[in-house]
Write a protein that binds this ligand. Structure first.
Ligand SMILES: Cc1cc2nc3c(=O)[nH]c(=O)nc-3n(C[C@H](O)[C@H](O)[C@H](O)COP(=O)(O)OP(=O)(O)OC[C@H]3O[C@@H](n4cnc5c(N)ncnc54)[C@H](O)[C@@H]3O)c2cc1C
Length: 383
């Protein structure tokens, strides 16, 4: 967005990986968009192809089959997906990477060695099972229960709005091991969806993200081995979630900035070509001023995204900055896409135009991964 500017964290190796990701998106993602939209989910093939190239879990350690990169690797791949207008695979991939991070950060050595290489290759697709029909913000009140019995745990309950819900093979699943405790009663499990008693309910019809499957999931007395408890210690789940949400929120913010950039580009091209009153729209002063403002905000967004990446790379990221990044950039994304769509006139309402898809896809950004209200609350508490 900022002409002739390279963030100082960029390296030759990162540039090469970004070019690889760009080719991958052009060959394996963009041509499949329409079909994924129609079928409401991605194909397994894109996951295994990405696995072959080492771009599925780029910042998971090589010891566990990942590519041994950094947050910048993941951010650049996500950026390429955003500027190609993809939301189908990106939504699923983001959750997959987040789930892999939970396992790498909190799993036992055995759990890491068992699951991470399969997540890196695309043999397994992962999801995150936190939200329940009764609420996603107040996670301490979750109802899904994991009851200890001699051989393991018996899991009973339901989850909703789960990305990769129908295509996922494993879930990092939150459940109450102590129903009488709030935060201390929550534990995370690595749950295999082939477990007896697991059932996928409806694939939910959404206003956007049409190529990403979002589902209700049911757990009817699913018996899982004791060693499926993430990290092997009960009652750690809530704290693990609070810590790892920082990664998710930082990544969301970076994506929001990339979508803003994409919205600017497609709109700039449109207003240069579309004629009104015998001249391009861009020759109208009001449109020029709008575009000047959009470009300014896109530039600020880029700077904030780079700052976010920097903090992730130097290890200084904290809850407040990750929350600021996600709430502000997601709100800007919605606002900018809304303003850009207006400049398309009626075409902006037609789904053949990328801006129309960006509009419906944007609306979830201030809601999932921690709603913006909660993020502001977190920032406020740390003032
Ligand atoms: C497309 C999509 C994909 C998703 N993917 C996943 C997934 O993969 N895994 C997963 O676990 N979840 C997923 N979610 C769920 C998402 O994270 C939740 O929707 C979100 O956390 C909000 O929870 P809720 O919908 O239950 O809203 P509620 O918790 O009912 O909140 C409703 C409103 O009240 C506000 N509110 C609640 N409490 C407070 C408070 N204390 N102070 C101020 N305001 C408050 C919220 O900000 C929100 O505006 C997904 C959702 C969607 C739509």
């Amino acid at each position: 967005m900022i002409e002739h500017y390279q963030p100082h964290w960029m390296t030759d190796e990162l540039e090469a990986m970004r070019d690889l990701a760009r080719r991958f998106v052009a060959e394996q993602v963009t041509p499949n968009q329409e079909r994924w939209y129609e079928q409401g989910a991605t194909d397994r093939k894109v996951w295994t192809k990405a696995g072959e190239l080492g771009i599925l879990t780029p910042d998971i350690s090589e010891v566990y089959g990942g590519s041994g990169g950094t947050f910048a690797h993941e951010a650049l791949i996500a950026h390429e997906l955003c500027i190609a207008g993809d939301t189908s695979w990106r939504a699923g991939k983001q959750i997959h990477v987040i789930a892999a991070h939970y396992i790498e950060r909190y799993g036992t050595e055995e759990q890491k060695r068992h699951y991470l290489p399969r997540l890196a290759s695309g043999e397994l697709i992962a999801g995150m099972g936190m939200t329940e029909p009764g609420g996603g913000t107040d996670l301490q009140s979750m109802k899904t229960r994991a009851e200890r019995y001699s051989d393991g745990y018996r899991i009973r309950g339901s989850k909703t709005f789960i990305t990769n819900g129908s295509i996922g093979d494993v879930l990092v699943l939150a459940a109450k091991t102590d129903p009488n405790a709030r935060a201390k009663g929550v534990s995370l499990f690595i749950f295999e969806t082939r477990t007896a008693g697991f059932r996928v309910g409806k694939r939910l019809k959404k206003i956007g993200l049409h190529g990403s499957d979002t589902c209700e999931l049911f757990f009817d007395d699913c018996e899982v081995p004791a060693d499926s408890l993430l990290g092997g210690i009960e009652g750690q789940g809530f704290y693990q979630m609070m810590k790892d949400l920082t990664y998710e929120r930082a990544l969301s913010g970076v994506n929001n900035a990339a979508v803003i950039e994409h919205a600017f580009r497609v709109t700039r091209d449109y207003v240069k070509e579309r004629m009104a009153f015998g001249k391009p729209l861009l020759d109208l002063q009001h449109v020029r001023i709008q575009m000047a403002e959009v470009k300014t905000i896109a530039t600020i967004a880029r700077v904030f995204a780079d700052f976010t990446i920097e903090r992730m790379l130097d290890g200084s990221m904290d809850t407040s900055v990750a929350s600021m990044s996600k709430w502000w950039l997601s709100e800007q994304q919605c606002e900018i896409v809304h303003r850009c769509l207006q400049m398309f006139g009626g075409h902006g309402y037609i789904l053949d135009y990328p801006i129309a898809r960006m509009y419906v896809d944007a609306r979830i950004e201030p809601i999932y991964g921690g709603s913006n209200e909660i993020l502001k609350e977190l920032i406020g508490r740390a003032l």
